[in-house]
Design a protein around this ligand. Structure first.
Ligand code: GRF
Length: 199
């Protein structure tokens, strides 16, 4: 049985789309099935992508103690939560209930280029400002601090001479689309076997 996944989005949802496309290509071999897409923003483009794929698309109150999100996750019998451009901190109650069952993708290397306020183009601007020659994509488990839980995988990406925030963002996002669906598949298959239970 594929793991039942909820994807949380705040924006356009291109990573959500990459996961949906990957799973449909894998067919019955996919280790996960997206059963819910949820957002703190009713205008999030990711919700339209979910509706187009016939997946439940819900908006929840991200300012409460976590009970509205927990109610959604429970009603859909979700076993793995995937953050894909979700910009709010998750309440401690949700992090506790889904220990090692929540993952995130970050468009930079951690911990150097992460933390509160480090999202989207700000990450790439900080990378250019620091003058480093390598950036990357990091997938990690989520705890109740921004960009903080144990890292699962890191994919390094070169910074090229003349790069702008936009050119770097595009190179990094293309790697996210390649990497995240495979990370979701891996974590889903291992979680089903309680691989991360003591971790
Ligand atoms: C991605 O860069 C992801 O790393 C970050 O937010 C962005 C989401 O993009 N957490 P999209 O909504 O998946 O297009």
């Amino acid at each position: 049985m594929p793991a039942r996944v909820a994807v949380l989005v705040s924006g356009g949802g291109t990573n959500l789309q990459a996961i949906l496309d990957f799973n449909s290509e894998r067919g019955s071999l996919a280790a996960s099935e997206v059963v819910l897409v949820a957002s703190n923003r009713s205008s999030a483009g990711g919700l339209d992508r979910a509706r187009a794929a016939d997946i439940a698309a819900e908006v929840f109150d991200s300012t409460d103690d976590g009970s509205s999100l927990m109610a959604l996750l429970t009603s859909c019998n979700v076993s793995l939560v995937v953050l894909a451009g979700y910009l709010k901190r998750l309440p401690a109650s949700v992090v506790k209930a889904y220990h090692r069952r929540i993952i995130n993708i970050h468009p930079g290397l951690l911990p150097e280029f992460g933390g509160a306020g480090m999202y989207g183009s700000r990450v790439h601007a900080a990378v250019l400002e620091a003058g480093v020659t390598t950036t990357g994509v990091t997938a990690h488990f989520v705890d109740d601090e921004f960009d903080h839980g144990p890292r699962i995988a890191e994919w390094r990406v070169p910074v090229q001479p003349g790069d702008t925030v936009e050119s770097l963002a595009a190179r990094v996002l293309a790697v996210e689309h390649l990497m995240y669906p495979r990370i979701v598949d891996l974590v889903a298959s291992l979680n089903e076997r309680d691989f991360f239970a003591d971790f």
